[in-house]
Ligand binder design. Structure first.
Ligand code: SAM
Length: 196
């Protein structure tokens, strides 16, 4: 997967990494920043998604599509589609540009709108990456966990750098008998929940 990333995908990843670095350095307002995952986290997500059972692959919080490109590597390999949700039109516009430039439109379906309006309709979820505003994590967690197939994974970003805000969700997941959960100290901290 990592040894054969197509040039169009690599090029777009590099463009987004550069924009993200500039955003953080030059004080771009929070809502305009891409706020994307680290490359190491991207590899971690791709590895987890690649080993997930049969079922839907989801992402909540697309931004410009950087993490989606990593998850798309696993989807291409497995012959699946990634459904990724983005609420802000400006970010959805950037993401569309990303998926076109990286030539992954065949495997990535961008859904523009609040993910919470759509999660009621998803079924048989094999893998879900949650990376939206921290205030909606609890609601998204409760919507996705019952939809996970056995062995399905929910991975949530910012478990360490936003630990205080996310503590109620983290406590809920770690005590939730429907899943085995662990916080992995990679990138900004990934909460990994596997449906038992
Ligand atoms: C941290 S950024 C996502 C970064 C992206 N996952 C990456 O690593 O490339 C969070 C994104 O989630 C979007 N978002 C926040 N709440 C959302 C919701 N309820 N439904 C869909 N998207 C949401 C924001 O507009 C923002 O673009």
């Amino acid at each position: 997967m990592f040894h054969s990333i197509r040039p169009a995908i690599l090029a777009r990843m590099q463009v987004l990494e550069q924009i993200d670095r500039q955003d953080r350095a030059n004080g771009t307002p929070r809502l305009q920043r891409l706020r994307q995952i680290t490359p190491e986290t991207g590899k971690f997500l791709a590895l987890l998604a690649a080993g997930s059972p049969e079922g839907m692959v989801l992402e909540i919080g697309t931004s410009a599509g950087y993490s989606a490109l990593w998850i798309a590597l696993a989807c291409e390999m497995l012959g699946r589609t990634l459904h990724t949700f983005e609420v802000l039109p400006e970010k959805a516009h950037l993401a569309r540009e990303t998926f076109r430039a990286a030539q992954v439109e065949r495997v990535v379906k961008l859904v523009e709108g609040d993910a919470r309006d759509h999660l009621g309709q998803v079924e048989q979820v094999a893998f879900c990456f949650l990376d939206a505003e921290k205030e909606v994590y609890g609601e998204c967690y409760e919507a996705v966990i019952p939809k996970l197939v056995k062995g399905g994974l929910l991975v949530a970003d910012n478990a360490l750098n936003h630990r205080q805000t996310l503590q109620p969700v983290l406590d809920r997941a770690l005590a939730d008998e429907r899943v085995d959960a662990l916080i992995v100290p990679i990138g900004k901290g990934e909460l990994v929940c596997r449906r038992v």
